[in-house]
Design a binder for this molecule. Structure first.
Ligand code: WQD
Length: 340
């Protein structure tokens, strides 16, 4: 199929582009490069051996988005594009609602106008909110999120559900990611956050490469085995495999819209991840224990049964794989992707 990948120059989007090409699909990338660099595309072409057409447009521009579908023969869409920093969304809610919702609405309108009826959406475990029983299951109905970022995911899932219900044939897979980490084993692409990393793994990687002095562990007084928060970390290569599996499942899907948890089904603590990263680097990493971070939940992980059974997908990479692949990327690219 010819697949439009929105946000295809981003962290998860770029890894998914490689898996789509490897599975025999043609890929077209659309990215406004607001949180990614054009140099990623050259790396993707070198790794995949194919030309990757790129449209550098803002999907909130309805006319340009529609023109994109006029010019490109699109069979399916994988929609990653969107602002994704939880903390930033609290201080810039309007920018998050405008960008994440308008881009999705423009995309859905263009898909409807051009008869494109296959859609995979990058959702998030954050939609389960603070009260869902662990492990998180897709049939939990009280979706909510404490951040504007998370709320855009809740709203977009609802928008896609309503549009699919009113459409003739639109099929949507809502992929709820847990904690994506890791990098392509080549070390040529990986997570490249702009500024100070919010998330644990890129921060650890920057401590290891000497860009940050030490990790601050946000609290060690949680009701968990070692007192630090536990999360379901998922290798980005497994996550990318999940997108291909979901895309190729759409035509056989009986429901118009179906949510799938993409996670390992196990929790790993902050300290356990720190020590795994030390094993990858071969030396100790400096850290201090600081106060809890507002909004953090003690522990959650996925029930990934539905993806196993219906998509035939299962996470295979280990925490040590995640750290080894992250370290190979970060040590080969201490400043991330070049600007040009
Ligand atoms: C993991 C653990 C921190 C940094 C976030 C978003 C979620 C999703 C995935 C988009 C927590 C601890 C972290 C640090 C630390 N993103 N930590 N020191 O918060 O589980 O999920 O990313 O969909 O929406 O909320 O991931 O990596 O930020 O934190 O101790 O410097 O590491 O307290 O316990 P999180 P995270």
């Amino acid at each position: 199929m010819r697949v439009l990948v929105s946000g295809g120059a981003g962290y998860i989007g770029s890894h998914t582009v490689l898996k789509l090409v490897a599975a025999g699909h043609d890929v077209v990338v659309v990215d406004d490069f607001s949180n990614s660099k054009p140099t990623v595309v050259g790396r993707l072409e070198a790794l995949s051996g194919v030309h990757v057409p790129v449209h550098a447009i803002d999907l909130t521009d309805v006319e340009k988005t529609n023109q994109l579908f006029e010019h490109e023969q699109i069979d399916a869409v994988v929609h990653f594009a969107g602002f994704k920093a939880v903390g930033e969304s609290v201080t810039r809610p309007l920018a998050y609602y405008r960008n994440n919702l308008d881009s999705t609405l423009a995309l859905l309108e263009a898909m409807t106008r051009h008869g494109v009826h296959r859609l995979v959406f990058s959702s998030s475990a954050t939609v389960y909110g603070e009260h869902a029983p662990v492990p998180y299951r897709e049939d939990y109905e009280h979706l909510s999120s404490s951040s504007p970022y998370g709320q855009t995911k809740v709203m977009i899932e609802r928008i896609m559900t309503d549009v699919a219900a009113a459409s003739d044939g639109l099929k949507v897979a809502l992929l709820r990611y847990f904690n994506p980490v890791g990098a392509h084993p080549s070390g040529q692409i990986g997570e490249d956050p702009q500024g100070i990393p919010n998330n644990l793994m890129p921060f650890l990687a920057q401590v290891a490469v000497g860009k940050r002095e030490r990790l601050t562990v946000f609290g060690d007084d949680y009701p968990t085995a070692d007192g630090t928060c536990e999360r379901d970390y998922l290798h980005v290569e497994d996550l990318a495999d999940g997108h291909v599996a979901a895309l190729e499942h759409l035509d056989a899907m009986t429901d118009d819209v179906r949510a799938f948890n993409l996670g390992t089904g196990t929790g790993t603590s902050v300290l356990a991840m720190l020590h795994a990263f030390e094993r990858a680097v071969g030396r100790e990493l400096a850290y201090v224990v600081g106060p809890r971070r507002a909004g953090d939940l003690p522990a959650f992980w996925a029930d990934p049964t539905r993806a196993h059974v219906e998509l035939g997908w299962r996470a295979t990479r280990t925490v040590d794989d995640m750290c080894a692949d992250t370290w190979r990327w970060q040590s080969a690219n201490p400043q991330g992707f070049p600007d040009a």
